[in-house]
Design a protein around this ligand. Structure first.
Ligand code: ATP
Length: 476
């Protein structure tokens, strides 16, 4: 399956089975905004839970918060977003189409042989790091990089565009203040640093975790739920003693990579990408990239943010944001290591990894299936219970089993169509376990359990089903 096709097939599959829909589809959609359907919402919630529990429950020095999306407008001045949160863009004068210059150049570099492409990307990184926009334009012109729509190289100068959405707060227009939809969740953590540290009696090193919506007016929004205008982040800010940032940065790189590998995804599908151009707040930064159908792309960023954010908020608010370290009897503004992962991108990563079209044909029969082989702990539905027929008391036994299991995990009941068809439908939504209730169940209290990935079946005691599934969906 070509990778382009794979992405299209995943998008089609997500729509067909209720994972992801285009927002406002009956009005022809809203670009780069998506809704999660009945199965997508379960998958997303399971990933969020796993991240949340990995961060907070499994680390006794990390606690969570849930800050509001709206924040005081000065927050974004202090954080640098009002002045710096922009991407260099270029417009094609003939088609009027606007491109992010890094995307335009990356797209072109992919068409070159590897050595030439890498050299071009390196040159681009250096020019961007130096904010040399004239040089970037020259690079585009020298290589005759053209617009995909007009086919011409008639470009404007490279300019910066701010990505924040703004709106107004206040009931009377004249009195209203401009506020922003947060472009990241991190600032809600920084402004609550002292609240949490004091009320939670937290000792450095400690972390604050948060999940929630973020908004960016992405100019070039593409790649399904990879790049959205409204998306969800899962962020953790880890507050440390100044001078220890290198070791904590390495610690979090390693810890986060372990988390990714715990999703059952092979190490060959991930790589680190160190940033050449560092954001205004960072002294080291890298991305964890996953090999999506469209190539290796960022899923998570790990940033050593120094004391930039707390110092800025201290300066703009006039409030002290220091910590008294009793070990050394000193006040200081803590340094911060951030781990920031996109929830929607993680959904897309898991879909890309799980989606398989399998040819099951034998010499005398053509057969195939689409299966989503999610890790059982993240699958939207854990167990399907299927009575062989609609009569003879089999549905009642099935319902009883579901009643027993549903307080613990998500179950699904179905009695329509042949068992084979029902198995295929469960494969297509990634249900790891199917249990069939048949006439033998009435005699000896056993059932057939069928495993999604191997498609093998075995007979087990009805009374053991719940414990078996619980064991296989354990997160830790
Ligand atoms: P990119 O370079 O892809 O624009 P970024 O470096 O700006 O991403 P960060 O600011 O580090 O991203 O945000 C942290 C994480 O949030 C990213 O790793 C990504 O998973 C997610 N993210 C950022 N922007 C978007 C978006 N527009 N849609 C979906 N997820 C996003």
């Amino acid at each position: 399956m070509a990778n382009d096709n794979k992405l299209q097939n995943i998008i089609g599959h997500c729509k067909e089975y209720g994972f992801v829909f285009q927002s406002s589809e009956i009005y022809d959609g809203l670009s780069a905004v998506y809704d999660y359907g009945q199965l997508g919402v379960e998958l997303k919630r399971n990933i969020r839970d796993y991240w949340w529990r990995s961060m907070t429950q499994m680390h006794d020095n990390i606690v969570g918060i849930d800050a509001a999306i709206f924040m005081h407008p000065t927050v974004w001045k202090a954080s640098g977003h009002v002045d710096n949160f922009s991407d260099p863009m270029i417009d094609n004068k003939d088609s009027q189409k606007r491109y992010r210059v890094d995307h335009l150049i990356e797209g072109f570099a992919e068409t070159l042989d590897k050595e030439k492409g890498d050299a071009m990307l390196q040159q681009m990184d250096q020019l961007l790091a130096a904010n040399d926009f004239a040089g970037i334009k020259q690079l585009i012109e020298d290589n005759k990089i053209s617009c995909a729509i007009s086919g011409t190289c008639n470009w404007t100068d490279v300019r910066q565009f701010n990505l924040m959405f703004s709106t107004e707060i206040g009931s009377v227009a004249e009195e209203a203040n401009v506020i922003y939809l947060r472009p990241e969740t991190a600032q809600g953590i920084f402004v609550n640093f002292l609240n949490v540290q004091k009320t939670g009696r937290m000792k450095i090193p400690f972390g604050i975790a948060q999940t929630g919506k973020a908004f960016r007016n992405e100019i070039v929004a593409r790649g399904f739920i990879f790049r959205m205008r409204e998306f969800e982040q899962m962020e953790m800010q880890f507050f440390i003693k100044p001078g220890t940032q290198k070791e904590w940065y390495e610690y979090w790189k390693e810890t986060r990579m372990k988390w990714h590998l715990s999703l059952g995804i092979g190490a060959d599908k991930y790589r680190f990408h160190d940033h050449v151009k560092l954001a205004h707040y960072a002294d080291a930064a890298c991305d964890i990239e996953y090999d999506f159908p469209m190539g290796f792309k960022e899923v998570e960023g790990i940033h050593s943010r120094t004391d930039f954010d707390l110092k800025q908020h201290q300066q703009y608010s006039g409030k002290k944001l220091t910590y008294f370290d009793t070990d050394i009897n000193q006040h200081y503004v803590p340094y911060v290591i951030e781990t920031s992962i996109g929830l929607d991108r993680t959904v897309m990563m898991l879909l890309s990894e799980a989606y398989k079209e399998e040819d099951l044909s034998t010499a005398d029969k053509q057969d195939n299936r689409v299966v989503l082989s999610f890790p059982p702990m993240l699958a939207p539905v854990k167990l399907a219970v299927l009575p062989l027929t609609k009569k003879d008391g089999l549905p009642e036994i099935a319902r009883e089993l579901i009643d027993q299991c549903k307080p613990y995990f998500k179950c699904f009941y179905e009695e329509k169509d042949s068992i084979g068809k029902r198995y295929r439908r469960q494969d297509a939504i990634g249900t790891p376990f199917c249990v069939t209730i048949d006439h033998q169940t009435k005699e000896d209290q056993t059932v057939t359990i069928r495993y999604r990935d191997s498609m093998t079946q075995e007979r087990i005691a009805l009374a053991d089903v719940k414990a078996l599934v619980m064991d296989k969906i354990k997160m830790f």
